[in-house]
Ligand binder design. Structure first.
Ligand code: AHR
Length: 661
């Protein structure tokens, strides 16, 4: 009993001690009178790559998988429950893929022989099902020519139990290819619906480009993008939009690299490609992952414009992914790759009378997209890269001296290749150097000072891909925990403090389908109906929505705040609104009281508006089922004459905005 009482006393004293430490107030001094580096408008941007079903099955709102039968197995994604393909005795029907002759991009269509209309159907499974919303309208279109008899094609959206929840019949006529359209209205919401096609009578019909989109897309564009996902991107107020990746730029072999010219013009003529991520990871194999390029380079430029982001296309530099084959194009055969880069600039910016400017105008955008940046190579390293990079650089700078070029420093934030890359790029006086880091939360916190000692006269930094990966079974299999988000926030205070060096930053990857992903963590998760922003998304949003215009020095005991007692901080001012914006990350599990002294401010004249991201549990994650475990909350505190006091909860990120005279 006595021993127990002593234990209780010891615990009590320990708690008292801890609470005293936590309550010891810290004084942060913000030097309001001496604005430092300008924050580039491009500082906080977006990295988009078609990984995790981000494009087809994701932001590109097409609901039919393999609409034009161009997958390696032309009937992948389609089922014929009663086909007589393997039984001559069955009186039903079957679909046969037919290959067109000649050099066409959309090579296949299907011929459907219906022997008994009552017994035959062909069904598309969608991208892990089709997301359908009650009362919503769906635009269905297809190409067909009738070889014999068939007069009506019936389309039904069926639910998980195969009950129809929308249906419509379309009259078809003639043996010339025609495009037909109809609209289906759903009577019920269903996350994993399917599209079923049946015929009025026996006969033969050829079909291609069987497509269905929600009518309600981003900006109401026909065959457009998924509204909820684009809205989440727009809400970030991104400074730039990097596209199309990522390793997808490179391809596992050069033949399967991303080629922008194959992604523009009418969608029927865009030649699809197997997605390089389909079987990259055996633990998350998705053999049915293809690129239709319905979200191609025109749609990309348009999206950038819609959300106010500078487009930043990344192009192949004549090298396949060095994690795969590392295949190289010989230097004396690199001209077409360089021409692709020059032509892309013309496609974006050229006069409507130029070859590629005309293509853009014909696609509906005569005005230039005002492209200012281009990336050469993704995650390349070593001499082979620089042998090729200099050829691109010369050609681009000669023709378009105003375009800023992003160059790579390899896949790691340090080491032999990284050092070699930076050495070359300093010699070349490169514009922007792309750095990538997928590291532990500890690394991110320790590296909050990473840019403090970077050479101020060297090329500027584009932190083009980063994400904290916590301990997990294997790489790219980790969760979007609050711990990771806070570590990224801590690191970002270091990027912000060094805005004279760091010009662009983007978390990666961006999007992931919960049933079809290959790589985790990711910024936004979604299923066929809904999306959930992660804690990491909110960190990005809190930085990007509070970017400000100039850095202000912020110190505690005359030191930058870079992890003392688990605290990290950076401050910017917004010249346009006369606001001071202080970002404070508390990675410790205890509340800490901070006095913010706005040194040099004449008068602080309003309440301090504070956005807080917090959860008690560092392992907290947002899920589609419970999306609000870690979401920003608003509060305000009264400002004092020249500053304010705020108690920062443990495990939290605070953004405090205050107006000054
Ligand atoms: O973001 C996922 C991948 O990580 C990118 O495609 C690649 O550039 C990096 O290795």
């Amino acid at each position: 009993m006595k021993k127990n009482l002593m234990n209780v006393k010891a615990v009590f004293l320990a708690l008292l001690f801890v609470s005293q430490i936590s309550n010891a107030q810290k004084n942060f001094v913000v030097d309001v009178k001496n604005p430092k580096a300008e924050i580039q408008p491009t500082m906080y941007g977006i990295f988009f790559e078609d990984i995790n079903f981000a494009a087809d099955g994701g932001i590109y709102a097409e609901l039919v998988k393999n609409r034009s039968f161009e997958f390696l197995y032309p009937l992948m994604g389609w089922k014929e429950p009663n086909s007589n393909r393997h039984s001559l005795n069955l009186k039903s029907g079957r679909a046969i893929p037919i290959t067109k002759s000649g050099n066409v991009s959309n090579k296949h269509y299907i011929r459907i022989d219906v022997n008994d209309a009552s017994g035959y159907s062909i069904i598309n499974e969608g991208f892990r099902g089709i997301g359908i919303k009650e009362s919503a309208k769906y635009d269905l279109s297809f190409m067909a020519n009738v070889a014999s008899n068939i007069k009506h094609v019936k389309f039904e959206i069926i639910d998980e139990k195969n009950n129809p929840i929308a249906s419509n019949s379309v009259a078809v006529i003639g043996n010339n290819w025609e495009t037909y359209k109809t609209t289906l209205t759903a009577s019920k919401t269903c996350a994993k619906a399917k599209l079923k096609i049946t015929f009025d009578t026996s006969g033969t019909i050829n079909m291609d480009m069987i497509s269905m989109f929600p009518e309600d897309t981003w900006m109401g564009r026909k065959k457009g993008l998924r509204k909820d996902l684009v809205q989440l991107l727009a809400d970030l107020h991104p400074g730039f939009l990097r596209f199309p990746g990522g390793c997808i730029v490179e391809g596992r072999v050069l033949e399967r690299r991303y080629q922008w010219k194959k992604t523009v013009g009418s969608i029927e003529n865009r030649q699809g490609l197997v997605n390089r991520w389909n079987t990259e990871f055996s633990h998350r194999s998705t053999p049915d992952y293809f690129q239709s390029f319905g979200l191609g380079f025109f749609e990309y430029f348009q999206l950038s414009e819609d959300i106010g982001a500078e487009p930043l296309p990344i192009l192949n530099c004549g090298m396949a992914c060095q994690y795969n084959t590392g295949e190289l194009v010989p230097i004396n055969e690199i001209a077409p790759y360089v021409q692709d880069a020059l032509d892309l600039i013309e496609f974006a910016n050229g006069n409507v009378s130029s070859k590629w400017g005309k293509v853009r105008a014909e696609m509906g955008h005569p005005k230039p997209f005002n492209l200012k940046y281009i990336g050469i190579g993704n995650e390349q390293w070593g001499k082979d890269y620089f042998d090729r990079y200099v050829i691109f650089e010369k050609a681009i700078k000669e023709k378009y001296p105003e375009i800023k070029i992003v160059s790579g420093s390899g896949p790691s934030p340090d080491g032999e290749y990284f050092d070699y890359g930076w050495k070359q790029l300093k010699k070349l006086k490169a514009d922007l150097v792309d750095e990538h880091y997928y590291r532990s939360p500890e690394w991110f916190k320790e590296n909050a000072t990473r840019y403090d000692n970077y050479d101020r006269n060297a090329p500027k930094v584009f932190a083009g891909e980063y994400a904290a990966h916590n301990k997990a079974k294997s790489a790219a299999m980790t969760k979007n925990t609050l711990e990771c988000a806070l570590a990224e926030a801590a690191f970002m205070t270091g990027m912000e403090r060094n805005a004279d060096v760091v010009y662009m930053t983007s978390y990666a990857p961006l999007l992931a389908h919960v049933d079809a992903w290959q790589w985790a963590p990711d910024l936004i998760w979604f299923d066929n109906l809904n999306a959930v922003p992660t804690a990491n998304y909110y960190v990005q949003k809190m930085f990007a929505n509070n970017a400000g215009t100039n850095v202000l020095s912020t110190t505690c005991n005359k030191q930058n705040i870079t992890g003392q007692d688990g605290l990290y901080a950076s401050t910017v001012m917004d010249k346009a609104t006369s606001e001071i914006i202080i970002k404070i990350v508390n990675t410790e599990n205890k509340a800490q009281r901070i006095n913010v002294d706005l040194k040099g401010a004449k008068k602080v004249n309003e309440d301090v508006n504070i956005t807080v991201l917090h959860a008690d549990d560092l392992n907290a994650v947002n899920t589609l089922k419970i999306p609000t475990t870690v979401v920003p909350q608003q509060l305000s505190v009264k400002a004092k004459k020249k500053g304010f006091c705020v108690e920062i909860q443990g495990n939290s990120f605070y953004v405090c905005r205050v107006k000054v005279n």
